[in-house]
Write a protein that binds this ligand. Structure first.
Ligand SMILES: Nc1ncnc2c1ncn2[C@@H]1O[C@H](COP(=O)(O)OP(=O)(O)OP(=O)(O)O)[C@@H](O)[C@H]1O
Ligand SMILES: [Mg+2]
Length: 288
């Protein structure tokens, strides 16, 4: 089985880091990679235009789009070549449209397992921690999403946040099944946010649930349990240990049907300095 990946690129610094990040992942299977560049297109034209300007406007847009497509082709070809040095099944795809919508639409069409993208794009609004596209894709994607926040030299240290829910189990499973686990060291972190002192058995329970199974696949793995506010503790420990990647489930124990992301997942995506992989559990369809 191949892991199907969409690598969404926009020519920004962060998107270059995303390309390099993918190259560092010790993938267990041969991937199928689609390097996707969406040329942003407005769906609307301002109503404050008369017919002469309307035509000028449309022509100007067309000209800009043609130019953008040309430069996008040069960029994606360069990226495809870089990835082809390591993997065979790599192609570039150029689309026009609303960026996050298109990425999500492609992922649905292709039954993608993982979307990889940078945490920020080309927009100038630097005071935001996370760009709009990354935020929307992480929330609405039908699959897991890796948001690359910085340049890494190696991918060795991983922090997996677990609250014991089926969603965080899926995060652990994603790591076990898609990464060559010999090559990374993982810490499983559970944050105890109950109004009673952290008991010793909490750590034992986390170890019992995951460690034996992970050791079977030759994982350098340890578990830890700390008391505190979950997102704060996850972000703090990730920062102090300088981890290269944090993995969380898209939801957790609360599992609110109305929300696509739990609050801990959302805060980790937004405020963590390290790159974050949000694992989305694919609900099994009931087939007759
Ligand atoms: N106490 C925790 N310790 C460690 N990781 C956690 C903890 N709580 C949540 N996580 C991580 O965050 C992921 C998302 O869970 P989150 O808590 O955001 O969703 P939820 O429980 O459905 O919603 P909410 O908590 O906002 O009501 C989990 O799959 C897990 O990876
Ligand atoms: Mg929760």
């Amino acid at each position: 089985m191949k892991i199907k990946i969409i690598l969404a690129v926009d020519g920004s610094k962060n998107s270059d880091w995303a390309v390099d990040f993918l190259l560092k992942i010790p993938l267990a299977e041969m991937p199928q990679i689609r390097v996707l560049r969406v040329i942003p297109q407005r769906k609307h034209i301002t109503p404050f235009l008369d017919s002469v300007y309307h035509k000028l406007y449309k022509d100007a847009i067309q000209e800009k789009t043609d130019k953008d497509i040309l430069s996008a082709e040069t960029q994606t070809t360069r990226i495809v070549e870089k990835l082809k040095a390591r993997w065979d099944d790599v192609e570039s795809v150029i689309e026009k449209g609303h960026v996050s919508d298109k990425i999500i639409e492609k992922a649905k069409e292709e039954m993608t397992d993982l979307i990889i993208l940078g945490s920020r794009g080309l927009s100038k609004a630097k005071f935001f921690f996370l760009g709009g596209v990354s935020q929307k894709v992480a929330t609405y994607a039908p699959c897991s999403v890796l948001i690359v926040k910085k340049k890494i030299r190696t991918l060795k240290k991983i922090l997996v946040a677990t609250d014991g829910s089926g969603y965080s189990d899926a995060a652990v499973t994603f790591l076990k099944s898609h990464f060559l686990t010999k090559e990374v060291s993982a810490t499983l972190l559970n944050v105890w946010d109950y109004p009673v002192t952290l008991p010793q058995f909490a750590l034992e329970a986390v170890e019992k649930k995951h460690l034996k199974e992970m050791h079977k696949v030759a994982f350098m793995v340890n578990a830890m349990c700390v008391a505190g506010e979950p997102a704060e503790a996850i972000n703090d420990i990730a920062h102090r240990r300088k981890v290269h990647l944090v993995i969380v489930g898209s939801k957790g124990l609360t599992e609110n049907k109305r929300f696509l992301l739990g609050s801990v997942a959302r805060k980790v995506i937004t405020y963590n300095n390290s790159s974050v992989l949000v694992v989305r559990r694919i609900e099994k369809q009931n087939t007759i």
